[in-house]
Design a protein around this ligand. Structure first.
Ligand code: MCN
Ligand code: MOS
Length: 762
C-alpha cells in the first residue's frame, strides 16, 4: 500500500510498522482481564500499611507500638528502632554511594508525609486499624515549606545546567526593545490511575516482586543492592501498569519496607500505598520560578536571552527541574545566558513528571516570546518564524531533523490563525472573550541499548520477548508490528511478552526513549531470526527450497517463497514442519559487538549507557507547536479551552493511532497544568493539603475540547534505527504557555503563575 491510499482501521497494513493497529492489551484492560500488580492472589498473604510523619522536620524520639501490637491480627510493627539490615544502593546512573546502611523508616524526619513506621497484619483492615494506634513522639526542628518560604534561600547554582554564549547582558542592555518577567509553576503530581504498591515474596534466596514498574531491570538491580543479594535473584513482574508518567522508574522506601517485612515474616507481604500517601511517597514535578529577559530589535530580531531559574528539591537529594532546558534551543539567538538553581525544602525529593525540565522551561520562554510580540506589536507566529533557529545555537551542531517551521505553519493553517485580530480583548462572542495563543514544545531524543529475543515456533507463531514495559503507551503493539513486518505475517500471529526483569534487557520506559531503543533491538533480532530461518531453508536436506538455487527467500502475506517462484510457497508453520524444527530462538542487543556480560547487565540496569541528544554529530529533538483557543467568561473569569490544534515533528511514527493518543494524553495533562493542577502546601507544617483526587484537580472529559493533532515529521535515521523520535512526553510541552498566551489575548491579563484560576483573572 502506498502512503497516499487511505487506511481504514483493520487493513492488513495496520499490522506493519507505520500502521494504525489498535492496542492489543486494550480490550484486556477494559474488560478487567489484565492483572495489575496488586491483584495477584497469594496464599498466606500479610498486609502492610504505612505510617507517615506529621511534622516537616525533626526527629522521631519514641514510637509507642504497644496498643497496635495488642490488636487482633497484627503480626509486626516496624519503626526506626528496627534495623532492617539494608545497604545503600547506587543511583539511576549506577553510581555507588559510600558504603552504608539504608533506613527506609528513618529516625530523622526530612518532610511531612515521610514513611516512618509500618504495621503488618493478617488483613489490610486490621493493619489500618492498628496503624491508627501507633503513637509517635517527635522533636521538631526548623523547616522550609516550599520555594516561596521566606527562609528558602538562594539555593545552589547548578553549573552543569547553566549555559552561556555571546554576551547576553551587554546585548540585552543595547537592545531597543526589552521585556522582563517572572514565571512560576507549582508542585504538580502524576496522579496515575493505579496507585503505587507491591507484593513481595521470598522463596529461599529468591525474591519476586509484583510492582508496577517503568523499568523492570533497573528496579531489580536497586532492590538487589538494598538487600545485598545477586541481581539474578531478584525478579520484578510488571506486565500491566495503570500509568506511571515518570513515577514508577525506581523502587521507593515503601518497597524496601514490604520486602523486609516479607523476609522477617517468611510470608508474602502486600503493601498498597493509599492515595494520600502517594503524594509524599515519591516526588511530583518540583515547583519552579524563572526570570526571563528578552532583548530584540524594533523589527523583532532577538538579540539576547537572559534566564535565571530555580526549582525546589529536597533537603537530602538533588533533583533539578531544569527551567532553562527548552529556553536554550527554541530560538536563534547569538547572546544567551541561563542559570539554574536548586533550593532545598522539606519535601520528598521531586521526580520526573512527563516532560521534565522542558515543560516548565517552555512555559517561561513561550510566554516571554509572546510578551515580546505584544510589545513589538507583532503577530507572535511571525515573531517565532523570524527567529527560527537554523541550527542548535547551544551545542553548535546541526539539527538532525527539525520540522518546527512546518509545525508552526501547518498548525496555523489548520487552526485558522490568519483570521486572528491582534489586539487583546478584540475577539468575543457576546459576554465571552475569545483568545488565541501559541506554545512551542520540544523534547530530546534519548537513546539506550536494548535487547530482544525472537522465537519462531512450530505452530508458525512468532514470539517477541523483552523485559521492556508497556504502561499504556503501546509497546506491546508496536513490537508486534515490527516482527509482523519482518516475517510478512499478520500481526495476530505475533505474541509479545513484556514486563519481567527475567526477560531480555531493555531501556527504561522513560525519557521517551523506549520505543526507538527497543524497536531497534526487536527489528535486529527479528531480521537475524529470519536470516537463520532462510539459511536453514536453503540448506536443509528436508527443505523444498534447497534445490531451487535461490540465495534468499521472500516473506510476503504470510507465505515464504523463493524469489522467482522456483518452489511452492509455504507458511511459517509448514516450513518449520518441513525443517522438523520445534523452534528457532535468536537473541540480539544493540550494544557494540562483543560487549561483555557485565557490560550488558550494566546497560539494562543503569543509565550509564544512555545517550543524550547531542552526543553524536547532530542535535536531535522532537518538536511541536500548539495553537489554543480559550473562551473566558467576562463576569466570572472562568476559562475553557474550546479548541486546540497541535502539530508535531516526532520523526517517523511506528503507529500513528497510538502516537495521536500519546500526543492527546500529553495535551490533556498540559490543559490540567494550565488551569487546574497545584499541590498546595500548608506553610504552618509543610503538609500537602490537597493530597487526594477530590482536591488535587485534574481534567475530566468535560474540560477537554476537540484536540486536532497533525504529524509533520520526516524519518530521522540518526535518531533511531527505524527513523522515529520520542513521542511520549513532547505533547505536554508548550501546552500551558499556549493557553496562558490565549488567556492574555482574550482578557489582556497576563497570568505568570500557574495554574490560571478565576481568582487570578478577576
Ligand atoms: N511511538 C511511535 N512512533 C515513534 C515513537 C513512539 O509510534 N516514533 C508510540 C508507540 O506507541 C510507543 C509510544 O509512542 O509505545 C511511546 O514511545 P516513546 O516516546 O518512546 O516513550 P516510551 O515508550 O519511553 O514511554 C515513556 C513515555 C514517558 S517518558 C512518559 S512520562 C509517559 C509516556 O510515555 N507516561 C505514560 N506516555 C504514557 N502513556 C501512558 N498511557 N501512561 C504513561 O504513564
Ligand atoms: Mo517520563 S517523566 O521520563 O517517565
Amino acid at each position: 500500500m502506498t502512503m497516499m491510499e487511505p487506511r481504514k482501521h483493520g487493513d492488513a497494513s495496520d499490522g506493519t510498522v507505520g500502521g494504525r493497529q489498535s492496542r492489543f492489551e486494550g480490550s484486556m484492560k477494559v474488560t478487567g482481564t489484565a492483572t495489575y500488580a496488586l491483584e495477584y492472589p497469594f496464599e498466606n498473604l500479610a498486609y502492610a500499611v504505612l505510617i507517615q510523619s506529621t511534622i516537616p522536620a525533626g526527629r522521631v524520639l519514641k514510637v509507642d507500638i504497644s496498643d497496635a501490637l495488642a490488636m487482633p491480627g497484627v503480626l509486626l510493627v516496624l519503626t526506626p528502632e528496627d534495623d532492617l539490615g539494608l545497604k545503600l544502593g547506587a543511583d539511576w546512573g549506577g553510581n555507588k554511594p559510600a558504603e552504608g546502611p539504608y533506613y527506609p523508616l528513618p529516625r530523622e524526619v526530612q518532610f511531612n508525609g515521610q514513611s516512618i513506621a509500618a504495621v503488618v497484619a493478617e488483613s489490610r483492615e486490621q493493619a489500618t486499624e492498628a496503624a491508627g494506634l501507633v503513637r509517635v513522639t517527635y522533636e521538631e526542628s526548623k523547616y522550609v515549606a516550599n520555594l516561596n518560604d521566606p527562609n528558602a534561600g538562594e539555593g545552589k547554582l547548578m553549573d552543569a545546567l547553566s549555559s552561556a554564549w555571546g554576551d547576553a547582558k551587554a546585548a540585552l542592555a543595547a537592545s531597543p526593545v526589552r521585556i522582563e518577567a517572572e514565571y512560576s509553576t507549582p508542585r504538580e503530581y502524576h496522579v496515575a490511575m493505579e496507585p503505587h504498591g507491591l507484593t513481595a515474596k521470598w522463596d529461599g534466596e529468591q525474591l519476586t516482586i509484583w510492582e508496577p514498574s517503568q523499568w523492570s531491570h533497573g528496579m531489580a538491580r536497586m532492590y538487589s543492592e538494598w538487600f545485598d543479594m545477586p541481581y539474578e535473584n531478584v525478579r520484578i513482574i510488571s506486565p500491566f501498569i495503570g500509568g506511571g508518567f515518570g513515577s514508577k522508574g525506581q523502587p521507593l522506601a515503601y518497597g524496601a519496607v514490604a520486602v523486609a517485612a516479607a523476609r522477617k515474616l517468611g510470608r508474602p507481604v502486600k503493601l498498597a500505598v493509599t492515595r494520600p500517601q502517594n503524594f509524599t511517597s515519591y516526588g511530583g514535578r518540583a515547583g519552579t520560578k524563572q526570570k526571563i529577559a528578552l532583548g530584540a530589535t524594533e523589527d523583532g530580531i532577538l538579540q539576547a536571552i537572559v534566564h535565571r531559574g530555580a526549582s525546589e528539591t529536597s533537603v537530602y537529594a538533588d533533583w533539578p527541574e531544569q527551567t532553562g532546558a527548552a529556553t536554550s534551543i527554541l530560538y536563534k539567538v547569538e547572546n544567551f545566558s541561563s542559570q539554574h538553581r536548586i533550593v532545598p525544602v522539606n519535601s520528598v525529593t521531586p521526580g520526573a513528571l512527563r516532560g521534565p525540565g522542558k515543560n516548565p522551561s517552555a512555559y517561561g520562554i513561550e510566554c516571554a516570546i509572546e510578551e515580546l510580540a505584544y510589545k513589538l506589536g507583532m503577530d507572535p507566529l511571525e515573531l517565532r518564524l523570524k527567529n527560527y533557529a537554523d541550527h542548535d545555537y547551544q551545542s553548535g551542531k546541526p539539527w538532525s531533523t527539525r520540522q518546527l517551521r512546518e509545525a508552526l505553519t501547518k498548525g496555523a493553517e489548520a487552526f485558522g490563525w490568519s483570521r486572528r485580530s491582534h489586539a487583546p480583548r478584540s475577539m468575543r462572542d457576546g459576554k465571552t472573550l475569545i483568545g488565541w495563543g501559541i506554545g512551542c514544545g520540544t523534547f530530546p531524543v534519548i537513546r539506550a541499548p536494548s535487547e530482544a529475543m525472537i522465537r519462531i515456533l512450530s505452530s508458525g507463531k512468532v514470539e517477541v520477548i523483552s523485559g521492556a514495559i508497556d504502561m499504556g503507551q503501546g509497546t506491546y503493539t508496536i513490537l508486534a508490528q515490527s516482527a509482523a513486518e519482518v516475517f510478512g505475517i499478520p500481526v495476530d500471529q505475533v505474541e509479545v511478552h513484556l514486563g519481567d526483569s527475567r526477560l531480555p534487557g531493555s531501556a527504561i520506559a522513560g525519557g521517551s526513549m523506549l520505543a526507538g531503543s527497543i524497536m531497534g533491538a526487536v527489528h535486529k533480532a527479528a531480521v537475524a531470526a529470519r536470516d537463520e530461518l532462510i539459511g536453514l531453508a536453503l540448506s536443509d536436506a528436508n527443505s523444498p527450497f534447497r534445490d531451487t538455487g535461490a540465495n534468499t527467500l521472500n516473506f510476503v502475506e504470510g507465505r515464504i517463497a523463493a524469489p522467482r517462484g522456483e518452489a511452492p510457497s509455504l507458511t511459517l508453520a509448514e516450513l518449520m514442519s518441513a525443517l522438523k524444527r520445534e523452534e528457532i530462538e535468536v537473541r540480539r542487543n544493540t550494544l557494540p559487538e562483543g560487549a561483555s556480560a557485565q557490560e550488558q547487565v550494566q546497560a539494562w540496569t543503569t543509565m550509564a549507557k544512555v545517550q543524550g541528544p547531542t552526543m553524536g554529530d547532530y542535535s536531535m529533538h522532537s518538536w511541536c507547536a500548539h495553537f489554543a483557543e480559550v473562551r473566558v467568561d467576562e463576569d466570572f473569569g472562568t476559562v475553557r479551552v474550546s479548541r486546540m490544534v497541535s502539530a508535531f515533528d516526532c520523526g517517523r511514527l511506528y503507529n500513528p493511532r497510538l502516537v495521536e493518543s500519546q500526543w492527546r494524553g500529553g495535551i490533556i495533562m498540559g490543559i490540567g497544568q494550565a488551569l487546574l493542577e497545584e499541590g498546595l502546601v500548608d506553610m504552618r507544617n509543610g503538609r500537602t493539603v490537597n493530597n487526594n483526587v477530590g482536591d488535587y484537580l485534574v481534567p475530566t472529559n468535560s474540560d477537554i475540547p476537540d484536540l486536532q493533532v497533525i504529524s509533520v515529521g520526516v524519518p530521522d535515521h540518526n535518531a533511531s534505527a527505524l527513523g522515529g523520535k520520542g513521542v511520549g512526553e513532547v505533547g505536554i510541552v508548550g501546552v500551558a504557555p499556549a493557553i496562558a498566551n490565549a488567556v492574555f489575548h482574550a482578557t489582556g491579563k497576563r497570568i505568570r503563575d500557574l495554574p490560571i484560576t478565576l481568582e487570578k483573572l478577576l
